[in-house]
Design a protein around this ligand. Structure first.
Ligand code: SAM
Length: 245
């Protein structure tokens, strides 16, 4: 069971943790290229369109950079609460100078700073929503809907929990066959690795309630657009004739 105390903010604002996270990021990203690209392709925007999009919990901009590549006239607003991740992002985003800006935003709370755009045609997030408690996931989805222009899309690439232990075992079995070191690592975590794991899974929930939250707050076209084991891309769009919430 994860620690009762929410260590998420301390975790993402730790120099030591961010240094470790960044050092291993390229290796993780090698396995995510197709998913990152698909998320960009799902946006219903003309490839030459000049538009602004928001990346929530953007980190170093791994998702935003792929969207910026796919839409050469787009600009990104990257929101995050970790100064360390934003500093690292400034390095990774150097080739995109003039096409992005960071805004400090704590997604655990519902106050979006004025520096956030009032409305955009696309909001994305990746590997961050699972760090938020369930009621906050739901209220965040409502805030995202408000920030979207009618017909605008929200897409989230994230990891989900299995709702059934049999399913969880199947995911683990297949994952371990692909990456035998994963099983070994799971059984021999250092205390630090255990803390990192607990922060990772603290608020992770199955896919179905997250789709339900999206539909309940007023998104349409809600679906899981890609899935492999515990990794998913889900989302939906703001109805064309205004929010129906
Ligand atoms: C696993 S990283 C993912 C970063 C990036 N989206 C990606 O796909 O590589 C999680 C990110 O979420 C951010 N994050 C976690 N909790 C947050 C919160 N409450 N408010 C804002 N950002 C948060 C962290 O600072 C970190 O940059």
């Amino acid at each position: 069971m994860p620690e009762a105390t929410d260590t998420n903010a301390a975790f993402w604002k730790s120099d030591e943790h961010i240094a470790q996270w960044v050092a291993s990021a390229d290796e993780r990203e090698r396995h995510r290229r197709d998913q990152r690209r698909l998320l960009a392709e799902l946006l219903p925007l003309d490839q030459q369109a000049a538009f602004t999009f928001i990346d929530l919990g953007a980190g170093t901009g791994a998702a935003a950079r792929v969207v910026l590549d796919a839409y050469p006239n787009a600009t990104a607003v990257l929101a995050d609460f970790s100064p360390q991740m934003m500093d690292e992002g400034a390095k990774a985003l150097a080739p995109y100078a003039g096409r992005y800006r960071y805004v400090e935003l704590d997604l655990a709370h519902g106050t979006w700073p004025e520096a956030m755009p009032a409305q955009v045609p696309a909001v994305i997030s990746s590997l961050c929503v699972h760090h938020l408690p369930d009621d906050r996931k739901r209220s965040l989805f409502a805030e995202i809907l408000d920030r979207l222009t009618p017909g605008g899309w929200y897409l989230n690439y994230d990891v989900v929990a299995a709702g059934d232990p049999v399913v969880g075992e199947a995911w683990e079995r297949a994952g371990d066959r692909r990456d035998p070191a994963a099983a070994e690592a799971r059984h021999h975590r250092t205390p630090e690795q255990q803390r990192r794991y607990e922060n990772h899974v603290r608020y992770m929930i199955p896919l179905a309630p997250q789709l339900q939250f999206l539909a309940e707050v007023g998104f349409e076209g809600v679906d899981v657009y890609w899935k492999q084991l515990d990794a998913v891309i889900y989302g939906g769009r703001r109805p064309l004739l205004g929010a129906t919430r």
